[in-house]
Design a protein around this ligand. Structure first.
Ligand code: PGA
Length: 279
């Protein structure tokens, strides 16, 4: 994609609906897994949780059931987990992954890695160090899937997370706790801490796809894509990676200059609607 005459510092692929965007990403993952199978190689995927990737996982399950896509050569590393949390709790990301993907495909359970919200506090540092080591030993992450928080977080790397950060314990932003409160009985039950891969861990992935759906994400997508990179918007740090793509729906793309003020990008069809928009 040529970004030279655009305000955008990251390639953005826009789809009409989340379903279409998810199907596109699922196809990329499937093709990648199959290419690796042909070479008798493992495929290392970095996976995300939250509402955004649910439609992606539904499509991957469909590809497994209807098109016989096998996950036997796949190794996964999840981005994050609440801390502390019981792995079996409804809100745990361990449970989310079992319910929304792993229980429905033929992945070897030994190949699944998710930060452990049950580890003792004094063992967290070592747990995080081991997590980084396991990623390295697997050969690094080939393809990392990301969502994005309204505050720009990726994984649970909240604003202020540095570009050199690694897997670690982090304090959740109040905005994140409010955004995720719907998963819990009330906000006081949302854990205050989480274990997350760092920005540096994510940037070391060979390829990255960030997905976002809906108008609530539009302002942060614009910031991450068009403004200068800053630790205050962790997703903008992805501008420092040379193989990252954002896959968004039209609503999430609505604040991009190409849509909001297309006359500025020199790519404007002056329809009556567009003239009205300017005035
Ligand atoms: P969401 O969360 O997919 O539930 O919108 C994304 C995130 O917080 O990273």
């Amino acid at each position: 994609m040529d970004l030279s005459d655009s305000f955008e510092k990251i390639p953005v692929n826009v789809f009409s609906t989340p379903k279409q965007g998810s199907a596109f990403v699922a196809r990329q993952i499937a093709d990648f897994i199959i290419a690796k199978q042909k070479k008798k190689e493992k495929c290392v995927l970095g996976l995300a949780t939250g509402s955004t990737p649910k439609s992606l996982y539904t499509e991957l399950i469909r590809l497994h059931k209807e098109e016989k896509l096998s996950f036997k050569n796949v190794i996964t590393f999840n981005l994050d987990e609440y801390y502390p949390i019981d792995n079996k709790a409804l809100q745990s990301y361990n449970r989310f992954m079992q319910t929304n993907l792993f229980n429905h495909i033929d992945i070897n359970p030994k190949n699944i890695h998710i930060p452990n919200g049950e580890v003792a506090k004094e063992d967290i540092k070592e747990h995080c160090r081991q997590y980084e080591k396991m990623i390295k030993n697997a050969g690094g992450i080939d393809l990392q899937i990301l969502g994005i928080g309204n505050n720009g977080h990726i994984g649970f790397n909240e604003p202020g997370s540095g570009i050199y950060s690694k897997t670690r314990l982090i304090t959740l932003d109040n905005s994140t706790r409010i955004a995720n409160a719907y998963e819990f009985a009330n906000i006081s039950q949302v854990p205050r801490l989480a274990i997350t891969m760092g920005i540096s861990t994510i940037l070391q992935s060979k390829k990255i796809i960030l997905m976002a759906w809906g108008s609530a994400k539009a302002p942060v997508i614009k910031k991450a894509v068009e403004e200068d990179d800053s630790e205050q918007v962790p997703a903008s740090l992805l501008q420092n990676h040379d193989d990252v793509t954002f896959v968004v729906d039209e609503a999430a793309a609505s604040e991009l200059t190409r849509n909001k003020s297309p006359w500025l990008t020199g790519d404007c069809d002056w329809t009556p609607k567009m003239i009205k928009k300017l005035w």
